[in-house]
Design a protein. Structure first.
Length: 568
RNA sequence: UGCCGAAUGGUGUAAUUGGUAGCACGCCAGAUUCUGAUUCUGGAAGUCGGGGUUCAAGUCCCUGUUCGGCAACCA
């Protein structure tokens, strides 16, 4: 009794279902063409990753399916080639390939101009002399219809002439626009004679000074989809009201290919913000150190933090696809990451907050090497040697003079196991003037070499350690959620959302002691510091002899959770 | 007091289109463990409200409520 394939396949989301239906019905000759259409005016974040994985993923599920990479670069005042490169990098890093299909809406400016002429000749577009303010006044409100522009009834010839002269640069910026001739009384504000072209005497990052009029999004986007023979044009919910306009342009221009726009809910994540504007505010306000700050949900930030492309793709698959507003818990993202890293990351020992341990009965000046397993989840990762000697570093939190119940770690008179090494028993402590324990004296049991005792006695705790004379020093940056509130935008009465910033979102630890195997770490390396979490070498600030690690994610810490619960 | 859209455990997302409310994360408990990790077992927790149709409603109808989007020469 085997499961049928159907039972193993997750159900299709509403978009995939619809595409499957279209293909089954022979629509578009069974072709599937999608596109990812960013504007090159900022950095990609994980919300974009959702759209990227949807568009590229969906296309990849069909024989011959393709996903185009297209830049919606119709507003030269806010766009820049710099962003094009970073966006391309990010999409590639996520693991997607657009092949030959890299396009720019600006590639279509000539064609789009011709399309505009078609509309004018049909009487479906007119040149309007209203300025910004006047146009707004004519537009009406959501509850009241707008009024026709006084120029709406210009002749086709006059419109053709004026539009050509707009293109020739005869008119001032803002003095004239080309508008669609639709309906100023429409319930849908978007249909109230929207602007198609505006005058902008600005160089474009690709077309230079060729144009001084630029097409608007609504006109450009759908027709670009049509030019590229896109079959399914997937976008986020806020474009829903614009679908009638998307369809209107395509129908009125009379192009043969009419892609289907389908909207889905964009991604929100707990403990962070996603809007471009707010991200920019954090970067410019200095609350973070740049677009690639590891606390940001930007793709470059996640990459620097140590997130893997696969974990982000898995996340995008698991969150599903629907039309309702949603806020995903970061915990789901983190879970996928840990799940992957648990399988792939090699284990190392690193002491973040060092406390000196001296093994009184271990000979001075001697050392030995012990075997340590690189990855218990993957035997092929093999073993390594870890040096042991009389003076060690352990974690400050692994010793307590006056331990609470169920504390399995080191305390006076207690015995614990040093991971892969020996059982040690604490016999004494040395304190500084302030009464802080600065040195812990222990004895070790030579019979327990490797971590097992021949007499079968058990120890409850196993702690990590690093030999003091062999330790490699490093800076470790411990990251936590950028905001303290699940929904940072939910600020108190009159409050600023930035008041929800987590003051402890970054803790920089210097003088951390790492096992020597980590000495040659370079950018791109990652590992698990046992009992701490997953870390990666910071690609920007780390250098040989000046190692910097970022904490990608902590391990689940049941003990800390219990402690916290008992404390509060 | 407009138009459009959406409401299923804490968070997401399914339910053969009218027929056993499933899955994942999170949470709780236990077992295992040389990582208080991992793994394993079990548990708590849900159809926005009110009517109606029907043998049968998360699903269909009516009605209410709540939430989101829309008045850039932005995308």
């Amino acid at each position: 009794m085997n499961d049928t394939p159907e039972e193993n396949t997750p159900p299709l989301d509403f978009i995939r279902q619809r595409v499957a239906d279209d293909v089954a019905a022979g629509k578009n000759d069974g072709r599937v063409v999608t596109r990812f259409p960013p504007e090159p005016n900022g950095y990609l974040h994980i919300g974009h990753a959702k759209a990227i994985c949807l568009n590229f993923g969906l296309a990849s599920e069909y024989e011959g399916g393709v996903c185009h990479m297209r830049f919606d670069d119709t507003n030269p005042t806010r766009e820049d080639a710099e962003y094009v490169d970073s966006i391309l990098d990010d999409v590639r890093w996520l693991g997607w390939d657009w092949g030959e299909n890299l396009f720019y809406a600006s590639d279509y400016f000539d064609q789009l101009y011709e399309y505009a002429l078609v509309l004018i000749r049909k009487g479906k577009a007119f040149v309007c002399d209203l300025d910004h303010k006047e146009m707004a006044a004519h537009r009406g409100t959501v509850q009241e219809p707008g009024r026709d522009s006084p120029h709406k009834s210009r002749s086709v010839e006059e419109n053709l002439d004026l539009f050509e002269r707009m293109r020739a640069g005869e008119f001032e910026e803002g003095s004239r626009t080309l508008r669609a001739n639709i309906d100023m009384a429409s319930d849908n504000m978007v249909m109230r004679d929207p602007v198609i072209y505006r005058i902008m005497k600005v160089d474009h990052h690709r077309t230079g000074d060729k144009w001084c009029i630029y097409p608007m999004y609504d006109f450009t986007h759908g027709l670009s989809d049509s030019i590229e023979k896109v079959t399914h044009s997937l976008c986020s919910l806020e474009f829903q009201v614009r679908r009638p306009l998307y369809d209107w342009f395509i129908d009125e221009v009379g192009v043969e290919c009419h892609p289907q726009q389908i909207e889905f809910a964009r991604l929100n994540l707990t403990y962070t913000v996603m809007s471009k504007r707010k991200l920019l505010e954090l970067v410019e306000g200095g609350q973070v150190e740049g677009w690639d700050d590891p606390r940001l949900p930007t793709i470059c930030g996640l990459r620097r933090r140590g997130y893997t492309p696969a974990s982000i793709r898995t996340f995008c698959e698991r969150i599903g696809m629907a039309r309702r507003d949603n806020t995903q818990e970061v915990a789901l993202l983190e879970h996928g990451l840990r799940d992957e890293l648990n399988r792939t990351a090699e284990r190392r020992m690193g002491v973040l907050r060092p406390l000196k341990v001296i093994i009184d009965n271990y000979p001075e000046g001697e050392s030995e090497e012990l075997d340590a397993i690189n990855n218990p989840e993957d035997e092929s990762a093999g073993k390594r040697k870890v040096p042991f000697s009389r003076e060690l570093w352990i974690e400050q939190t692994d010793f307590m003079e006056d331990p609470p119940r169920k504390f399995f770690r080191l305390g006076i008179g207690r015995e614990v196991r040093l991971r892969y090494a020996y059982y040690i028993t604490c016999v004494d402590v040395v304190k500084d003037d302030a009464g802080e324990v600065v040195e812990v004296h222990c004895t070790y049991d030579p019979e327990t070499r490797g971590g097992d005792s021949p007499d079968g006695r058990k120890v409850k705790g196993t702690i990590h350690w690093v030999s003091a004379q062999h330790a490699v020093e490093a800076q470790v940056r411990v990251y936590d959620h950028l905001f303290m509130a699940e929904d940072p935008l939910q600020a108190g009465e009159g409050g600023d959302w930035k008041e929800n910033l987590n003051p402890d979102s970054l803790e920089v630890l210097d003088g951390c002691k790492l096992e020597p195997a980590l000495g040659g770490s370079v950018a791109g390396d990652n590992c698990q510091f046992e009992r701490h979490g997953y870390f990666c070498v910071d690609p920007v600030d780390s250098a040989p002899g000046n190692l910097v690690f970022n904490r990608t994610a902590s391990l689940r810490d049941t003990w800390a959770r219990l402690q916290k619960r008992a404390g509060s």
